[in-house]
Design a binder for this molecule. Structure first.
Ligand SMILES: Cc1cc2nc3c(=O)[nH]c(=O)nc-3n(C[C@H](O)[C@H](O)[C@H](O)COP(=O)(O)OP(=O)(O)OC[C@H]3O[C@@H](n4cnc5c(N)ncnc54)[C@H](O)[C@@H]3O)c2cc1C
Length: 389
């Protein structure tokens, strides 16, 4: 008997939401059901990306979701400030939710907690079982022993300033701030002439986030820029995984033949933890599959994720240098040096496609952290890091 759905997508977050939207565009005949535990799809996020992360076709697909776009952005370090020309854009989860609800209608069900997921069925919290040709598990990150991670933890506040703030483009890294127990920077997006998103961000070893401390940092940053009497409109916070090393075979064995998406499939940029570009690419991949049964989908997604893993080896090495070499309060120097490199190289780095020449360029010269520690961090493996006390 034919299953009542072609696809059930569990978790209406970024990855599954984009898969659903892409399928509605190119395969509207498919019966797709999207199940979300929260009362809205997409949660509370600002998802940003560099234009150069996506192809023109992918940018056209995401365009209706984009709320803000800028030509150029700035980085600020103790030794210099630099403006880069590349485009930058943000998707707000509120717009994402509206678009998804409009496209899916009754096929998007919120307040629906899914208790367990199998390749061809989803069991709801009330015990009902729904069957499909395939189920994609997009319930976000699943912590496990097969990845050694550092973390990027942050708190963002959207604020209305009393007078125009004067910023015309994003400051995606202001590292000219006091450093803490890891690399710290402030990320600022100007949404309107009197509205800003200000995020205090830390590259730290543990997954905890001390929200009161981050609020104090933002207050100090606002004070330093004359924005101290700004009105708080909204807050968002997150702890994003930064991959140092891992065992991809064990990671995928644990998932058996379950099709997964987004963070659950390990699909994020290893150095920034950002996943919008990977989610767009996965939506393309799923929509382009001839066969959408669970075994075919699972092996296509796994092959794609493993190829990403192999391509990302260089990034994991750099992350180990950032997290394991030198004193935590000196780690900003790694980023300061990186942002001094040519802009096309920086764009390829964020898009996840540095060339061999780029890699040599990034690693050449005197490392900004002690040489011996930098080399041993580059050579460390998942197994050796697991053995560390
Ligand atoms: C505040 C914040 C800002 C970020 N900013 C950026 C950015 O600027 N650019 C970028 O590229 N990345 C950004 N990221 C990182 C990354 O893109 C996001 O974490 C992204 O949302 C991950 O996508 P996902 O689909 O894997 O998971 P999510 O978007 O987290 O989606 C998972 C969904 O599954 C649902 N769910 C979980 N369990 C169940 C269950 N049992 N039953 C039903 N539903 C369930 C959740 O409610 C959630 O809606 C940000 C992350 C955060 C937290």
């Amino acid at each position: 008997m034919r299953a009542p759905y072609d696809l059930i997508l569990v978790g209406a977050g970024l990855a599954n939401g984009l898969i659903a939207l892409r399928l509605k565009q190119v395969r509207p005949e498919l019966r797709v059901l999207l199940l979300e535990r929260g009362n809205v799809p997409g949660g509370n996020h600002t998802w940003s990306f560099h234009h150069s992360d996506l192809t023109p076709q992918q940018r056209a697909f995401i365009a209706p979701l984009v709320s803000h776009r800028w030509e150029g952005y700035t980085v600020q370090f103790p030794r210099y400030q630099r403006t880069l020309r590349g485009g930058y854009a943000s998707v707000l989860s509120g717009v994402f939710a509206t678009r998804l609800l409009a496209a899916l209608g009754n096929d998007l069900v919120c307040n629906m907690d899914v208790r367990s997921v199998a390749p061809t069925s989803a069991t709801l919290a009330d015990g009902r079982r729904l069957d499909a040709m395939a189920v994609i598990d997009g319930r976000g990150e699943r912590p496990g022993p097969h990845l050694t991670l550092g973390y990027q933890s942050f708190l963002g506040q959207v604020l209305r300033t009393r007078t125009p703030h004067g910023l015309t483009r994003p400051v995606i890294m202001d590292a000219d701030v006091a450093q803490g127990e890891g690399y710290r920077f402030v990320y600022v997006l100007p949404f309107a002439e009197d509205v800003l998103l200000v995020e205090d961000t830390h590259y730290v070893d543990g997954a905890g986030v001390d929200l009161p401390r981050l609020r104090t940092h933002i207050a100090a940053y606002l004070q330093a820029h004359g924005w101290q009497d700004a009105q708080l409109l909204r807050e968002e916070h997150g702890v994003l995984p930064i991959t140092l090393a891992g065992d991809p075979d064990a990671f995928w064995q644990e998932r058996a033949a379950q099709p997964c998406s987004g963070l659950r499939a390990g699909l994020f940029h290893p150095t920034t933890g950002f996943s919008l570009p990977e989610a767009v690419r996965l939506a393309d991949l799923v929509a382009g599959q001839q066969r959408l049964d669970a075994p075919a989908l699972s092996s296509a997604i796994q092959a794609h994720a493993r190829a990403c893993w192999r391509r990302h080896g260089f990034f994991r090495g750099l992350n180990r240098m950032l997290f394991l070499a030198g004193r935590p309060q000196d780690r900003w120097q790694v980023m300061q040096r990186f942002y001094g490199l040519p802009e096309p190289l920086i764009e390829r780095f964020y898009a996840g496609h540095p060339t061999l020449r780029d890699k040599l360029r990034i690693l050449s010269g005197k490392p900004p952290v002690p040489v011996f520690e930098a080399c041993s961090a580059l050579l460390a493996s998942h197994a050796s890091l697991q053995r560390k006390p």
